[in-house]
Ligand binder design. Structure first.
Ligand SMILES: Nc1nc2c(ncn2[C@@H]2O[C@H](COP(=O)(O)OP(=O)(O)O)[C@@H](O)[C@H]2O)c(=O)[nH]1
Ligand SMILES: [Mg+2]
Length: 222
């Protein structure tokens, strides 16, 4: 990275991740979605995997996204925005894998998420969170298949690294192996912890790069 670019990134990150994010809207059904933003970055994964905690840690705003010990609490698609980063939205999606609210509701919410993900053109990057202590579960594989089917660009993110201790390297290697055995293309799994801050700077850097990568790609295809 050139010095100039690094300084630009640092200034951007300082501006965007030192407060100022706020709840924008919540959608229960596709019909409630806000008009499409420019870059929407969803956080997805099993209930309790750490989606809300990661959004809070990333933005350095402890109480932005609701985090809870009870699985399956967030059942809406929740949009966060920042007045000075108008073209970005962070999106907290309902988790999958638990069905405490009843089967029918669960299925309906699941459908809304998939409709949202498959129709929104502003999604150029999705963070798919996985707990490396548990590895890929059948639901994770189902959702990975959905994303492959719709050609969605996602980045796998391992959460709660601080809970793993000495086995971290081994667990990460096992997860990489599981993902590689699916055959679909994937990039290296990003290892994070909302508690220790591990991996958060890398995620902020990815957000910084997103418009540049995307704008360059769309300029190239004109
Ligand atoms: N130790 C540790 N706990 C975490 C981390 N991220 C989330 N948790 C805990 O895991 C539980 C579920 O987190 P939450 O963000 O609500 O998960 P979500 O359902 O995916 O949004 C909460 O009790 C969090 O405090 C982490 O990085 N480290
Ligand atoms: Mg949550």
């Amino acid at each position: 990275m050139t010095g100039e670019r690094a300084a630009g990134q640092e200034a951007w990150v300082r501006k965007c991740f030192s407060g100022g994010w706020r709840f924008e809207s919540a959608a229960l059904a596709t019909s409630d979605l806000p008009s499409e933003g420019r870059y929407e970055v969803p956080f997805w994964g099993r209930s309790n995997v750490g989606k809300s905690s990661l959004i809070n840690a990333l933005t350095r705003q402890r109480y932005l996204a609701r985090s809870s010990r009870t699985a399956g609490r967030t059942q809406q698609i929740i949009f966060f925005s920042h007045p000075e980063v108008g073209h970005f939205r962070l999106v907290d999606l309902p988790g999958y894998g638990y069905n405490q609210s009843g089967k029918t509701l669960g299925r309906r919410f699941g459908r809304s998420v998939i409709d949202y993900l498959s129709t929104r053109r502003a999604i150029h990057l999705l963070f798919l969170l996985i707990d490396p202590r548990r590895g890929l579960r059948p639901h994770d594989c189902e959702m990975l298949d959905v994303m492959d089917r719709y050609g969605l660009a996602y980045r796998c993110v391992a959460t709660k690294a601080d809970k793993i201790g000495d086995a971290l390297e081994e667990r990460m290697a096992a997860l990489e192996q599981e993902l590689a055995s699916r055959g679909a293309y994937h990039q290296e799994v990003l290892c994070t912890s909302a508690t220790s801050g591990l991996g958060l700077e890398a995620m902020r850097g990815m957000l910084f790069d997103l418009p540049r990568i995307y704008d360059a790609a769309s300029a190239g295809s004109l």
